[in-house]
Design a binder for this molecule. Structure first.
Ligand code: NCD
Ligand code: ZN
Length: 345
């Protein structure tokens, strides 16, 4: 059997929620990854170090016995965040970044930043205390076509932010366009990006052609094929500015399969398998380890993980749902066959 062994990987962009959903999804991630950057868009959002530490305990309590998993916490940036909280966050060994959600851009972003220029003093504090800024890079303007929102964000905000805060470490999260790939490649070494499995595997036909498929709907929305190709090229190029961030974003099946469905794809059940499929199709399996296990850790100045993860070339069928008692989540590739399988550790 063909196998692929890599250093244990990290997921640098993950939503695990809380309560019953956390219990369902966390075991999947803990099997796959040593660490994950935990997104703070709970209801209410995680805005203080104290809240992040409490959330961290809740996550740790959901790690199955025998698995070794470390949550890397982030704080949700709002118009009311203080420079003092930024200083505290930078000093905390458990908090690793701030997340900027433009208000209204995505799931639970109502508390996000309405006026990005108004929080420039906070970016200055992050630059001073050397804590990374993670950006959901989409404009929220109703007049802007949903497929253009990332590109317009780069031109309207991202270029200006990087010019004004040249020392600030920034991750453009879940990039989806050729323009974002080009921007990251041209930017300084302190500007990086995460790429999701769905944006490597699918183009927008997967959402809309032959029927509407809500489980492929996430934000930023999946774009046309030329963008997918640019993302595959970036992820498999060995450029350390691009690293793994699943953006696995669980929503109850009932809230996805409805007249106004939530944005987010659930991929934690098979994250490495999905990436391996994308890398293998690009004939670049040898580039998976850097993308999955080295570049993210290096960017966040964390030690690279000890230990390994092994994938086997064994077909298996993804279950239709995970969870129980009506609290079910439909995974990416539900009922479909995957060609790679993570070996039991
Ligand atoms: C994420 C979620 O559900 O929290 N949804 C998504 O479509 N990606 C939020 C986000 O990362 O935009
Ligand atoms: Zn996300």
């Amino acid at each position: 059997m063909k196998t692929l062994t890599i250093t244990r990987p990290d997921d640098l962009h993950l939503h695990v929620r809380n309560g019953a959903i956390l219990q369902t999804v966390l075991p999947h991630t803990a099997r796959q990854f040593a660490r994950a950057i935990i997104m703070p868009n709970l209801k209410p959002p995680v805005t203080t170090v104290a809240q992040a530490l409490a959330y961290r305990e809740e996550i740790l309590a959901a790690v199955p016995a025998g698995l070794d998993f470390t949550p890397l916490m982030t704080l949700y940036l709002t118009g009311s965040t203080t420079a003092d909280e930024i200083k505290k966050a930078a000093a905390s060994e458990h908090v690793h970044a701030f997340k900027l959600y433009p208000a209204g851009a995505t799931t639970n972003s109502d508390s996000g930043v309405a006026d990005i220029k108004a929080v420039y003093p906070l970016f200055a504090a992050m630059e001073q205390y050397d804590i990374p800024l993670l950006i959901h890079g989409e404009v929220t303007d109703d007049a802007c076509d949903i497929f253009d929102r990332e590109r317009v964000f780069i031109d309207t905000y991202l270029i200006d932010i990087t010019r004004n805060f040249p020392g600030l470490r920034i991750v453009a999260e879940h990039v989806t366009t050729t323009e974002a790939v080009q921007f990251i490649k041209d930017a300084d070494a302190n500007i990086a990006a995460t790429i999701t499995p769905q944006h490597l595997l699918f183009n927008r036909n997967a959402i809309l052609a032959g029927g509407i498929r809500p489980h492929h709907y996430c934000l930023p929305i999946i774009k046309r094929e030329s963008h997918r190709l640019a993302l595959v090229e970036a992820a498999t190029s060995g450029n350390p500015k691009f690293f793994l961030g699943t953006d696995s974003a669980p929503h109850l099946t009932s809230l996805k399969e409805t007249a106004c469905g939530c944005a987010g794809c659930y991929s934690a059940h098979a994250a490495l398998e999905l990436y391996a499929e994308a890398f293998e199709r690009a004939d670049a399996l040898d580039k998976l380890e850097g993308f999955a296990s080295f570049y993210g850790a290096d960017f966040y100045r964390l030690p690279r993980n000890e230990g390994t993860a092994t994938l086997e070339k064994t077909a298996w069928t993804v279950p239709p749902i995970y969870g129980e008692n009506g609290l079910t989540i439909t995974p990416l590739k539900a009922n479909e066959e995957l060609v790679w399988k993570l070996a039991k550790g």
